[in-house]
Design a binder for this molecule. Structure first.
Ligand code: C2E
Ligand code: CA
Ligand code: CA
Ligand code: CA
Length: 275
């Protein structure tokens, strides 16, 4: 076990207040006023505990309701056609942040951004990503996009073209929540992803359940055979960490290291580990 893993950040988990109603009415305006935030959760190389990148996760603190659960926020945006606007805002905010870390702190960090299938409103979405990277002086290898398993495996010409274009332009592509759906594996090899993220369900049962260990090992072998890295997310304990390293996972992410942090705290966290 690399020593770096022993310094997990156990505290600081965000308490999320369930909305009692009302935030929905304010969302469109909050988006316009840029009142949302992006927090960043570290991803670590399993071999030595170095930072491999961060996952960008949207956060909204409603003045009355408190923290709005991201799953509810995204679902609401998808239902009310706000997801395209939210998605573009997140990409812009992340690019701005990466440029800021680079310029003011000398930290070159790579970020993953979650995409909803409903964001694919036009073929020009990839152009928007390019434009933002250029405007902020970033390289495409600093940005990766996470798509859900079900989206990646659903046959659709437009989505296939979009995924191919992303990879051609040098962006990363990750299949998120792998194993959580009921999709057929038959299309997996056709998705040009470079990363497979196994669902937290497997991670959280990997230490105690030998059957889960077999499944995780199979996922690792499958990912490697297809030329992808295997990332385990939702890692909460040292025992899970050890099992995942032993089974050959390439990268780890979870509360045992750190929850998603606001930008200033993330750079402190990174500096703390570099000492
Ligand atoms: P996800 O992409 O599967 O993200 C991982 C979720 O697991 C995050 O929840 C993260 O905070 C949480 N997590 C991280 N480590 C641990 C751990 O050790 N244990 C447990 N139990 N959970 C952990 P979060 O931030 O609440 O986001 C929920 C979902 O909302 C995300 O799931 C993603 O699907 C969606 N989401 C968040 N931000 C965005 C965004 O900017 N765009 C889109 N389209 N979706 C987003
Ligand atoms: Ca994700
Ligand atoms: Ca996930
Ligand atoms: Ca999820």
């Amino acid at each position: 076990m690399p020593d770096a893993f022993r310094h997990g950040l156990q505290s600081g988990r965000r308490r999320q207040v369930r909305p009692v109603g009302g935030w929905q009415a304010d969302l469109a305006q909050a988006l316009q006023r840029e009142e949302l935030e992006v927090h960043y959760q570290p991803k670590l190389h399993a071999c030595d505990g170095r930072l491999s990148g961060v996952e960008a996760l949207v956060r909204w603190h409603h003045p009355r309701v408190g923290w709005v659960p991201p799953e509810d926020l995204i679902a609401f945006c998808e239902r009310h056609r706000l997801i395209v606007q939210l998605g573009r805002w997140v990409v812009r905010a992340v690019c701005r942040q990466l440029a800021d870390w680079q310029r003011t702190e000398g930290l070159r960090i790579a970020a993953s951004i979650n995409l909803s299938p409903l964001q694919l409103d036009s073929p020009s979405l990839a152009d928007y990503f390019d434009e933002q990277m250029r405007e902020h002086g970033l390289q495409p290898d600093q940005l990766s996009f996470e798509i859900t398993e079900s989206w990646s495996l659903a046959a659709s010409g437009a989505a296939d073209d979009f995924f191919r274009v992303l990879r051609q332009r040098g962006f990363g592509l990750s299949i998120d929540d792998f194993g959580s759906g009921y999709s057929s594996l038959s299309r997996l090899w056709r998705v040009p992803a470079n990363e497979l993220k196994i669902d937290a369900y497997f991670v959280q049962n990997v230490a105690a359940d030998p059957a889960v260990q077999i499944v995780v090992k199979a996922a690792v072998d499958l990912a490697h055979a297809l030329g992808m890295r295997l990332v385990a997310e939702g890692v909460e304990t040292q025992a899970q960490c050890e099992a995942l390293v032993r089974l050959g996972c390439d990268e780890l992410q979870g509360y045992v290291f750190s929850p998603a942090l606001p930008p200033a705290q993330l750079s402190l966290w990174v500096r703390g580990r570099m000492r």
